[in-house]
Ligand binder design. Structure first.
Ligand SMILES: Nc1ncnc2c1ncn2[C@@H]1O[C@H](COP(=O)(O)OP(=O)(O)OP(=O)(O)O)[C@@H](O)[C@H]1O
Length: 272
């Protein structure tokens, strides 16, 4: 991602559009809850660009022509807000493969064509970048993945190494008050396999709630005075984390991981 981010950042200094070479779109793919949205937002913040987030299904409408109109409006808004990033979440629902969707000439066909036309229209502008996200890149219409549209495909998977897991846990607990006995390395060691960023978020919020319950019990038993307490007195201990760990169930199954590993290999052979 650092490469894509540097490309976007450097776009303004290199005047890519003068030589008609320009990276318009990046497609992030991977299991749910692995931080695709978070990454897209981080790129926009880091590059100082407006962030226009759209969920694919939100644009679809039962009235004839309205879905295409919704797509046009997104791009119009982007032109007004440029330089900006348009983030299309759940892109597969907005642009399914026309060959297999069984909707020849139907609404989805027209939606995909509209999206392609709008993206092609942007190629000259170099001030609007598109990031798409999906859990199923194999379902997306291949025309969207051609050069000049979503040029790059980037896999965003769960943290695999203990170091990567620890940095996610540290990021999520950076505002927590941790007890002196809390050992994040130990918690990482006890985490189940294939735990996503969203699962880590659940782990941390449950641990925080458990610590809050302990504090409330102390207030109820009169051990501490309610008026002297603030959220800063919630101290999260190792035990809170270990309790929370017992209840956590990874949202990515081993079958999901096998599917994504295979897909990653297939897509990496297509030189992107
Ligand atoms: N790498 C990470 N570091 C810290 N927190 C993370 C990370 N990945 C995910 N999270 C947490 O999980 C939440 C969900 O992540 P996000 O919505 O970005 O995932 P996603 O891949 O876009 O999911 P989906 O495919 O379901 O749309 C985030 O709001 C954040 O709290």
């Amino acid at each position: 991602m650092i490469t894509s981010q540097s490309l976007i950042k450097s776009g303004s200094c290199f005047d890519f559009h003068k030589i008609s070479i320009f990276c318009l779109g990046i497609l992030l793919y991977g299991p749910p809850g692995t931080g695709k949205t978070l990454l897209a937002k981080a790129v926009a913040t880091e590059c100082g660009l407006c962030f226009l987030s759209v969920k694919g299904p939100e644009l679809l409408n039962m009235y004839v022509g309205q879905s295409e109109q919704n797509i046009r409006e997104v791009f119009d808004r982007a032109r007004e807000a440029s330089p900006c990033i348009i983030f299309f979440d759940e892109l597969d629902s907005l642009a399914p493969n026309r060959g297999i969707s069984g909707d020849s000439g139907g609404v989805m066909d027209r939606v995909v064509s509209q999206l392609l036309a709008e993206m092609d229209g942007l190629n000259k502008e170099a001030t609007i970048f598109i990031i798409g996200a999906t859990n199923r890149p194999d379902l997306i219409d291949p025309a969207l993945l051609r050069p000049g549209r979503f040029d790059k495909l980037l896999y965003v998977g769960p943290a695999e190494t203990p170091e990567a897991k620890l940095s996610v846990l540290k990021a999520l607990t950076r505002k927590f008050k941790l007890a002196s006995d809390t050992n994040l390395e130990f918690i990482v060691k006890n985490c189940p396999k294939n735990i996503s960023g969203a699962d880590f978020y659940g782990l941390c919020s449950n641990a925080w709630l458990s610590a809050t319950r302990t504090l409330i019990r102390k207030i109820e038993t009169g051990e501490i005075n309610k008026d002297d307490v603030s959220h800063e007195d919630v101290v999260v201990s190792n035990e809170d984390f270990m309790d929370s760990l017992k209840r956590i169930k990874p949202s990515i199954s081993p079958e999901d991981m096998r599917y994504f590993n295979k897909l990653k290999q297939e897509l990496s052979t297509t030189a992107r």
